[in-house]
Write a protein that binds this ligand. Sequence first.
Ligand code: SF4
Length: 294
Amino acid sequence: MDEAADRNAVIEMPCTTALNKLKRKVPYGWDLNIYRGCSHCCRYCYAIYSHAYLAETRFTKVFAKTNSAEQLDKELSRPTWKREVINMGGVTDSYQEAEKTLKLMPDVWKVLIKYKNPVIISTKSDLILRDYDLIAELAKETYVNVASTITTMDEGVRIKIEPNASPGIDRFNMLQAFRKTNASVGLHTMPIIPCITDSYSNIEWLCAEAQRTRVHYMLPGVLYLRGATKKVFLACVEKEFPDIFEKMIALYKTGGANKAYKERLYRDIVNPLREKYGISSSYIKPMKEKMHKP
Ligand code: SF4
């Protein structure tokens, strides 16, 4: 009920800085998030805890930084700016519900084109296709990576864990469309969720789609749970997947699944399937190639 109300009640919150410097280069050093909070409502969302400082407990309550493009322009025009790679959507999704009407992203892309600034974007929505021409234009000039996190192809499962994101097949078709541009495209299978999305058949389905859509790389990662995220996720498991609830509690005594589980997952499922479908694991390779192009 609250989530549904939040989707229609976005609060405008102009920002004083657009770019956020990351403590560690991973391999990019800057983040740009034009929204705070996210209406996609993924039950495992790692960013839920970051909402706390606004005294908002509901991550679905969305704040829109409506002056993002203007502020970004100021920051990229500084002589000290070195055209470093910017990561968009590292904390919240730039193409969530509010973006349909606010349309903040086209102006952000125009600023990036103006400065030919390299960028990585990750989204779980095919709304990004609306800005296809702008992204294709930027990709002709510099490094652009379009990625999507896709955890399952089973819509029955997807609706329970990522209720407001696009269906997996739509996300793959979006990546396929960007494969026709000069951008590199990536599949992030993060998180792989024990007992829910970690079956051989689900990972094989994802790999087969990755091969069909010719993604440049696949980046997997196992579910990690901490703070508010753990509470939200386990409540979802108890309600939607009651049969595995006790197993999940046992597996997630700490923040991460144990070493033996991870070793088995990669040895028996992820690595053999990645090999079978010929999918690279290197997201750095396309970046190096394009960043060093004369
Ligand atoms: S799309 Fe990303 S930021 Fe939005 S709810 Fe899902 S995990 Fe969180």
